[in-house]
Ligand binder design. Structure first.
Ligand SMILES: [Zn+2]
Length: 478
């Protein structure tokens, strides 16, 4: 019998594959873009190429369930820088969580890094949805159009463009009806982007299904002590355990916008909260002082990446954009991140499904690095790290061929340097997209629902149709 050959063998890494219970030094063989074998030893003679990954961790590719790669308010295409930034950190698949499908496809063609990417449409009144507090009928059309355009769902931007609780409920119902993804940065016109916003979510969701975006953002100590907020967040998640999926990101810095109205008051709730957290006024004067003091920074493009600059340079950028500038503040307590990332139910499942970046074009793509720091600290095992970085995210999105190394699974792999905790290389469909921190991939595969097939085909990009009926979000949904 002729022995099977491999296009590539990753030799001697520590393979972490929770779905198959593999937690050992092994060789990983890939063939025709798929996982072909995990074995103690694969002969050199059977491989067309061998890469020595001894001393490194080899896990199924990181699936980021909260990234930013396009956006309805991103006319200049700044967010497209996120492809390279995310791929540099080891991610292979991303959900662009408040995007615009046309902009995503364009960005992926021009600046893509070879990742698999799905997007959901950010709901901005009078820009992507025709009315403030959209009605059921409007939302049905908006969701249907978003799916046709190649998005897999919609995002409620409660921290920036909140709707009434009633309208928010209708958005969720309209998305659920069409088995569309629906994510909620919490906050309504009655609450804010904080624990009070989260407290409304069970009632707003009713019997529906919802991705509660970045649960850590409501545990910043604005309403109660931050660890008490984590405990309450857990109770809320548990009360809707079969209806919610959620993720937390591990960066200290957030992302916000410093836009002020004619009277010099900060418009957005998230930016106001950043000022309140350190006792600054929620005005242009407060913001100017906060930036000058180096408390936060402004985002700007440099060398094909988005970076954060501080002090007078930050003020200058904010003023040049007439205050409508992307800013960032260190408002995420490490103790909340730790609690939210490690907490489990009695049955052993994690209370927070996944570790995300909330990055991409926001320079905080630290999911892998910080998760590995928790492994070194002893707070997570390597298998638990792989569970939260890739296996559970694959289940969340219904990407059944990803997140594991079963024979025939997609050849998506992230290789991590055990010492630095940083990704050393990554592969999508068996092809390298990043080597030693340098992106070598381009373009990307657009993940769409069936409804989006025409748009995806017209884009000229490779695409795959995903089935959200297989997703954890819609598990058991009638
Ligand atoms: Zn986000």
């Amino acid at each position: 019998m002729q022995q099977q050959r491999f296009d590539l063998v990753l030799r001697g890494g520590h393979v972490a594959d929770p779905a198959n219970g593999t937690d050992a030094v092994c060789d990983l063989g890939l063939r025709q873009g798929k996982i072909a074998r995990v074995a103690e030893r694969i002969d050199d003679e059977l491989a067309d190429d061998v890469i020595d990954v001894a001393g490194k961790v080899v896990m199924p590719g990181h699936i980021d369930t909260h990234a930013h790669l396009s956006g309805p308010f991103d006319q200049s295409g700044t967010r497209a820088y996120g492809h390279v930034m995310l791929a540099e950190s080891g991610t292979t698949t991303a959900l662009d969580l408040a995007g615009e499908p046309g902009a995503l496809a364009e960005g992926m063609k021009r600046k893509g890094a070879g990742m698999n990417v799905a997007t959901i449409l950010g709901l901005v009144p009078h820009l992507t949805v025709k009315e403030d507090d959209p009605s059921v009928a409007t939302m049905r059309d908006t969701v249907a159009d978003a799916l046709d355009g190649g998005a897999i769902g919609v995002k409620l931007l409660g921290g920036y463009h909140p709707f009434t609780p009633e309208s928010t409920s209708q958005v969720i119902a309209a998305a659920n009806e069409q088995l569309a993804w629906v994510a909620f940065h919490v906050g309504s016109k009655d609450s804010g982007s904080d624990l009070n916003g989260l407290r409304e979510v069970p009632e707003i969701t009713g019997n529906g299904r919802l991705h509660v975006a970045h649960i850590n953002s409501y545990c910043r100590g604005l309403v109660e002590n931050n660890l008490a907020e984590c405990d309450e967040a857990f109770e809320i998640l548990e009360s809707k355990r079969s209806q919610f999926v959620t993720e937390a990101y591990l960066a200290q810095v957030n992302g916000t916008n410093g836009k002020c109205d004619e009277d010099g008051n900060l418009i957005y709730n998230v930016a106001q909260n950043c000022m309140r957290a350190r006792g600054y006024a929620t005005t242009d004067a407060g913001m100017r002082q906060a930036l000058l003091d180096g408390y936060g920074g402004a985002l700007t493009e440099r060398g094909g990446r988005i970076v954060i600059v501080t002090g007078e340079e930050a003020v200058r950028i904010w003023e040049e954009k007439s205050t409508d500038a992307s800013l960032s503040f260190p408002v995420n307590p490490a103790t909340s991140a730790f609690s939210l990332t490690t907490a489990k139910y009695d049955d052993g499942e994690f209370k927070v499904d996944a570790i995300s970046t909330d990055g991409g074009s926001l320079p905080r793509n630290v999911a892998i690095e910080r998760t590995m720091a928790l492994v070194r600290f002893g707070a997570l095992s390597l298998m638990e790290a792989a569970t939260k970085l890739t296996y559970t995210p694959s289940r969340m999105l219904g990407l059944i061929n990803k997140g594991h190394f079963s024979e025939g699974a997609d050849g998506d792999v992230t290789v991590i340097d055990s010492e630095s905790g940083k990704a050393a290389m990554s592969f999508v469909n068996g092809e390298p997209i990043m080597i030693n921190g340098r992106v070598v991939g381009s373009g990307g595969t657009w993940l769409v629902k069936q409804e989006g097939e025409k748009a995806a085909a017209a884009s000229g990009l490779p695409y795959e149709i995903i089935d959200l009926e297989q997703s954890k979000l819609y598990a058991g949904w009638q």
